[in-house]
Design a protein around this ligand. Structure first.
Ligand code: MN
Length: 318
């Protein structure tokens, strides 16, 4: 998934609220964003007031969309730096192609993990014979200094840890949750977990006190820490919690994101995450000049060109 805004502004994490060290309940509403070809997504992160949850810095929730008789998702080749993309589907299929030569279809139950590091380009699209529904999330994690210029890599992860309780089925996409563990390689201490409510339930999930967390409803409606959560909303929970109450009267699906508060300022613009503005302007120049990122083969159409860059207003906090 790409940021297809025509005039994206720079998001500077220093202009946002600092991570909460105590438990809080901050309900944030998604912004609707058009990815082109009729694919609309709910963008839940970054928000003006909050850029990160741990290293998680971008959350797009798409669908469920009826894509039968349509091309479905078509995101042309575009570049990334300084981040990992984590793709997770509830329904449907997406074909990923990247400039390392990887070509991989992702289906529900699997994670596509792309590490951009110093630079990679990819395209994501529905195949001609795609299933009728498309429903999923694409998440980005920011890479910390020391790792943000690692070699680009792509992993298709199918052996995700799953734990089932009386009413929950917990799948670890990254990190560990309630004993479910993901083998996917992260570059900071974090967790991303799909929590499926399989029947009416009232349970406490174990959390880490040193992590900050956020919860997103992917389907249905669930109460998280007493707050009714529906798709299109992100509940930021802060840190300092040992447990999290999840209650639902019917099947539902929640995405839990957490991590050690990201210890350094980041900048985000278009499809780039950097620890400085210079990293981002350099990546923009290299994409325009056809340097660094390589070619994505097999996509039927032109690549995305970088939009004009509008600097953010950088003001000191507090
Ligand atoms: Mn992308």
């Amino acid at each position: 998934v790409s940021n297809l805004e025509r005039a994206p502004t720079v998001t500077a994490s220093e202009e946002c609220e600092a991570p909460a060290r105590e438990p809080i309940r901050e309900l944030l509403e998604a912004r609707e964003v058009d990815l082109g070809e009729g694919t609309r997504v709910r963008r839940l992160l970054p928000k003006r007031q909050r850029a990160t949850i741990g290293a998680w810095c971008f959350v797009d929730h798409f669908g469920p969309l009826d894509v039968s008789g349509t091309p479905g998702m078509r995101v042309p080749p575009h570049p990334h730096i300084g981040l990992q993309t984590v793709t997770w589907l509830i329904d449907g299929e997406i074909l990923h192609r990247d400039s390392l030569g990887n070509q991989q279809v992702i289906r529900p139950g699997e994670v596509n993990l792309m590490t951009a590091g110093r630079g990679i380009a990819h395209a994501e699209e529905s195949q001609p014979d795609h299933p009728p529904l498309l429903h999923g999330v694409q998440l980005w994690t920011a890479l910390p200094s020391g790792s943000n210029a690692v070699e680009a890599a792509f992993d298709h992860v199918t052996d995700l840890g799953v734990v089932e309780t009386e009413g929950l089925r917990i799948t670890a996409l990254m990190g560990e949750m309630a004993g479910a563990r993901s083998p996917a390689q992260a570059y900071s201490d974090l967790v991303g977990a799909d929590v499926e409510v399989t029947r009416a339930t009232d349970e406490d999930l174990p959390l880490r006190e040193d992590f900050e967390y956020g919860a997103i409803a992917l389907a249905g409606e669930a109460s998280v820490d007493g707050v009714a959560l529906r798709p299109g909303q992100l509940l930021y929970l802060g840190a300092g919690r040992r447990t999290l109450a999840v209650r639902a009267g019917a099947p539902a699906r929640i995405l839990l994101l957490g991590g050690e508060p990201f210890g350094e300022p980041i900048f985000m613009w278009w499809n780039f995450v950097g620890l400085s503005i210079e990293e981002i302007t350099g990546a923009r120049e290299d994409w325009a000049a056809g340097r660094r990122f390589g070619e994505v083969h097999g996509f039927d159409g032109p690549r995305l060109e970088a939009p004009a860059m509008i600097p953010g207003r950088l003001k000191p906090r507090g």
